[in-house]
Design a binder for this molecule. Structure first.
Ligand code: F6R
Length: 616
């Protein structure tokens, strides 16, 4: 959610940190701040609003120090004010801290520290943590120079309940960063004569592609020329240095007005990347490199359970439909946030999957851990290589679509749909799906990128339609079978970026209540492709039209609807059932994008949202 960047090296820290914060702004953005050490003191600049505000503020502070920390905040404890923005400095002026996560016992610690004479300027749990480090630093006065800050942070973290990704600076050791994590991602970037720590590789790759993913309960010390990592229990860690496989260009807007539209248009290539190497040599089934589960074991699976949040859950719901249809195995999907607390009765021979673009969503991670705790194997569909979920899962499938920066997920979603379709094929071919049916399925998947291109070519017409619907306050999205989750996704996209209230239902459910909303003021988007229940969906449209509800119909090319039934029609190409949800997603994305733009909304940074939700 919040973004973290720390730098220690030879060049000025603040410009690099602010540049990094801009790249992390999509994670959370109600305020931002930076602190550097210069002239024997902390110089701190912080401001509510965007990083651009911080940049102006930082210019006034003339930040020249070569060691510093910066943060973009998504408020948890305390309102959106300059005082609550990070970094925080301890009341004795010794320690500066940035923090992602939530310290659950901060009240008790604050009471303790108030008793010791520490004072507070903000309402945050982070300032409490910062002062607790200062308290231990004071007590550790006898510890030799270079270990003192490290030991103080270590001691502090032993007293803390909750989650954190932190970076601390100390005025007495002006080129040292101490960083530690529990539940919030942190990555160390190893440069030439400089070292970096950030919550996301996007803030690192402009300087180095050599990274170390810090694990939970690990703590690291960085100076310009050195680094060391140990556990909170003082066991030294031999680090694994990974190479990031994308560059800074991949994370730029490439001439588009927003990341979201850039990523919508990247989908044909994203689908090709997600499919690459995953079709068997005989062209009749799928293959995966990292499942870490043998075909024999897979064949013994009697049930699948999928857990995820938001858009990723919609991808799971489509996958459920495809696995049940093509492999005839029962699948259950659950909100990751609910699974953990529901104490669901589980069958033996169940294989768990979690889906998560970021691989850092705390609810999904908690579901993964709960399933593992119960003794189940958990596989992950995930986009970010090296993410916490990728590392904790027993195996999985990477999406390989490059960084997704737009807060509203688009290319990650359709690649999850593609991977779900590949999984259904893989499992189906182990059971009743014939060689011929497998070949047809594979050919259809191979054609998906071109079909998506075809729908993207209609962007100008969809933009025109969007203009006519931008003034409404409510909308319904209706679809059936595999397109019900796509209707849910259409409604979610519209809500999150245009702030129009939208709901989704299986089309025939509409008459069991939601129809009461229908009037000329509430349009409906119908997903109505050719197929055996097409006529039933047309009947639902008639029911809406009879009540004067405006209709946008998404139909298969060549479909002729009864005259006057739909106010606007978007055509999608005819396609295989495994590809249909992917193709039908594109008009949903374009409609919501253009409606939001027409309403003047900040599409890439919708209010109250953050890209990766790392608090429960
Ligand atoms: C909506 C959106 C969110 C995410 C959800 C899970 O556009 O992006 O609903 O899908 O927060 O995120 P990941 O996939 O990173 O676990």
């Amino acid at each position: 959610m919040c973004g973290i960047v720390g730098y220690t090296g030879k060049s000025k820290a603040a410009p690099f940190i602010i540049e990094g914060l801009k790249r992390l702004e999509y994670r959370g953005y109600d305020s931002a701040g930076v602190a550097v050490i210069q002239g024997g003191a902390f110089e701190v600049a912080k401001k509510t609003g965007r990083v651009a505000n911080l940049e102006k503020e930082a210019a006034r502070h003339k930040l020249t120090g070569t060691t510093g920390i910066g943060h973009t905040r998504w408020a948890t404890h305390g309102g959106v004010t300059d005082a609550n923005a990070h970094p925080h400095v301890s009341s004795d002026g010794k320690i500066a801290l940035i923090h992602n996560g939530v310290i659950e016992n901060y009240n008790a610690i604050k009471t303790f520290l108030l008793g010791k004479g520490y004072t507070f300027k903000s309402e945050t749990d982070t300032e409490v943590l910062c002062n607790l480090i200062a308290y231990h630093y004071e007590k550790e006065a006898t510890v030799a120079g270079e270990s003192r800050l490290l030991e103080s942070v270590r001691k502090t973290l032993h007293h803390v309940e909750g989650t954190y990704g932190i970076v601390a600076l100390c005025i007495d050791s002006p080129d040292e960063l101490i960083t530690a994590r529990r539940g919030s991602p942190l990555i160390i970037g190893l440069g030439q004569g400089e070292n970096i720590v950030a919550s996301d590789v996007a803030a690192i790759v402009s300087r180095t592609q050599n990274v170390i993913y810090l694990n939970d309960r690990e703590i690291a010390r960085l100076t310009p020329g050195e680094f060391s990592i140990s556990t909170l229990d003082e066991t030294d860690i031999v680090p694994v240095i990974d190479k990031v496989d994308w560059s800074i260009d991949d994370a730029d807007k490439g001439g588009h007005e927003h990341y979201m539209i850039k990523e919508i248009f990247e989908q044909p290539e994203a689908l090709e990347n997600a499919m690459r190497g995953r079709i068997s040599e005989d062209g009749s089934t799928a293959q995966f490199g990292g499942l870490n589960i043998s075909p024999g074991e897979f064949r013994g699976i009697e049930r699948f359970m999928f857990c995820a949040c938001g858009t990723a859950l919609h991808a799971c719901m489509v996958t459920e439909h495809l696995i049940e249809t093509f492999a005839r195995i029962p699948v259950e999907c659950d909100h990751a946030s609910e699974f953990r607390y529901r104490n669901t009765p589980l069958f033996r021979d169940t294989l768990f999957f979690v889906m998560s673009q970021s691989g850092e969503t705390i609810d999904t991670l908690a579901a993964l851990r709960e399933a593992k705790r119960k003794g189940y194997k958990v596989l992950a569909v995930n986009n970010v290589v090296g993410s916490t979920i990728a590392r904790e899962a027993d195996g999985g499938i990477y999406q390989h679509v490059g960084p997704e920066v737009g807060v509203a997920s688009t290319k990650a979603f359709t690649s999850q749909l593609l991977i779900g379709a590949l999984l259904a094929l893989y499992i189906g071919r182990m059971r009743d799906l014939s060689f011929g049916a497998g070949m047809r399925y594979v050919n259809a998947l191979k054609g998906a990128p071109d079909l998506v291109r075809k729908v993207l070519n209609q962007a100008p017409q969809i933009k025109e339609i969007a203009r006519r619907y931008a003034h409404y306050s409510d909308m319904l999205f209706l679809g059936r079978l595999s397109l019900y989750p796509i209707a849910l996704e259409g409604a979610l996209k519209l809500k999150e970026i245009s702030y129009i209230h939208a709901e989704a239902y299986p089309a025939a459910e509409m008459k069991h209540g939601p129809i009461a909303l229908i009037s000329e003021k509430c349009p409906s988007v119908f997903l109505a492709p050719k197929g055996e229940i097409f006529n039933k969906i047309v009947s639902s449209m008639q029911e809406i039209k009879a009540r004067k509800g405006p209709i946008i119909a998404v139909v298969t090319e060549g479909t002729e609807l009864p005259a006057g039934l739909a106010d606007d029609v978007i055509f999608i190409p005819e396609c295989h059932d495994a590809v249909l949800p992917i193709v039908a997603s594109i008009p949903m994305q374009l409609l919501s994008y253009y409606i939001a733009v027409e309403r003047g909304c900040d599409v890439d940074k919708p209010r109250n949202l953050a890209k990766s939700v790392t608090v429960e």
